[in-house]
Design a protein around this ligand. Structure first.
Ligand code: G6P
Length: 366
């Protein structure tokens, strides 16, 4: 009821603004990087694995895609990510030394449960659930677990569950890196410091809402939006497009920016705005040239950059800057403008934001 909304008009909006608290709670018992964060038996399991397979659906799949970048770069473990409904009906090759990580807010998504069954039946018994509901079927099904503390999420479009999944997956990457001798004590200290400072950094991004709202007024009048990202921010662009289509019903799709010239550039015009996730990482220069390709075709760019990016708004180019570049945890900060952009576009269109048509919070049947 209205009381639970605590002054917000929509649960999704409330949940977006709860994210600093959700991340802080998820980190509450994390004083060090250690396998025990994932269960008593995690040390033995993690030491025996040679690869990781992440399984998920929807927004959780985008969290899993982000984790691939972290696990491969930090821990050096080959990592695959599969949509659960595809994995379960495919004749894949089972590796018993793979750590199977199921990522799910609810822990009740039928395809995720089905995929874990298929994996176990094929001999992949090292299973870990990253889940927001400790009593869920998925947590019971998996040998190990990490419970995110987003709290109950009511909006159908996932927000705080997504960012806390990312926190859990980053901790997993750090833990696997440590066990493989790829994390010094100093690096551990720095990463933990960055994690603890994350709620403050997220609050600063939330404060960009008025600027994002102004963009939504333009975007809400369009029928198509293209989202671009590179590297570990490509999954964040995917998440941005998913939020946009789920709640505003604007057709949106995401592309890795390097693929622009292999298709979607044909669609770019002043009627097809392009939203770019452009953090200050080593891919910024590459992304900048993709943005030129858009401008040259009269495309209107809406860029989420960081401070000191050397980009400023001009004709056809709109830039919002985040306060700082947040290193490997940057995808978590850059998720927030995606959520706010979709939320305000939907608000302007007057859709049923918390209960978008045809969608369910948790898909427990096939
Ligand atoms: C539904 C929801 C999405 C969610 C997906 C996976 O489609 O609308 O928000 O990302 O299910 O749900 P899960 O609970 O497994 O994360």
């Amino acid at each position: 009821g209205a009381a639970d909304l605590g002054g917000y008009r929509y649960y999704m909006q409330k949940e977006i603004f709860e994210q600093p608290r959700a991340v802080a709670d998820t980190l509450l018992d994390v004083n060090a990087v250690m396998p025990e964060l994932f269960g008593d038996k995690a040390w033995r399991v993690f030491n025996g694995i040679d690869s990781v397979l992440l399984l998920a659906c929807g927004g959780s799949y985008h969290a899993a895609l982000t984790a691939k970048y972290w696990i491969e770069s930090l821990a050096g473990l080959p990592t695959a990510v599969e949509i659960a409904s595809e994995f379960r009906y495919r004749d894949g090759v089972a590796n018993p030394n793979t750590l199977v990580v199921a990522v799910s807010q609810s822990g009740e998504t039928a395809d995720v449960l089905g995929a874990v069954h298929v994996a176990k039946r094929a001999g992949m018994i090292h299973t870990l659930a990253i889940c927001n509901v400790p009593t869920s079927a998925l947590v019971r099904e998996c040998a190990l677990n990490f419970i995110t503390r987003a709290g109950i999420e009511i909006g159908v479009a996932s927000t705080k569950a997504f960012t806390t999944q990312l926190v859990a997956l980053f901790l997993l990457a750090l833990t696997l890196a440590q066990l493989r001798g790829r994390l010094t004590d100093e690096e551990e200290r720095q990463h933990l410091h960055a994690l603890r400072h994350l709620p403050d950094a997220m609050a600063k991004v939330l404060a960009l809402e008025p600027q994002i709202m102004a963009w939504s007024e333009t975007l809400t009048r369009k029928e198509n939006i293209l989202f671009l990202g590179r590297g570990m921010h490509y999954p964040i662009a995917l998440e941005g497009a998913l939020k946009m289509k789920e709640i505003s019903y604007i057709h949106a799709e995401a592309y890795p920016a390097g693929e622009l010239k292999h298709g979607p550039l044909a669609l770019v015009s002043d009627e097809m705005p392009v939203v770019a996730v452009a953090p200050n990482d080593r891919l910024l220069e590459k992304l900048r040239s993709n943005m030129h390709e858009v401008s040259a075709r009269n495309g209107r760019l809406f860029v989420f950059a960081d401070v000191d990016c050397g980009l400023s708004s001009g004709p056809g180019l709109n830039v919002i800057r985040l306060n700082e570049y947040y290193g490997p945890l940057s995808p978590i900060l850059h998720t927030i403008p995606m959520q706010l952009l979709a939320f305000h576009a939907a608000l302007a269109r007057g859709t049923d934001i918390d209960k978008p048509r045809n969608l369910a919070k948790s898909v427990t049947v096939e």
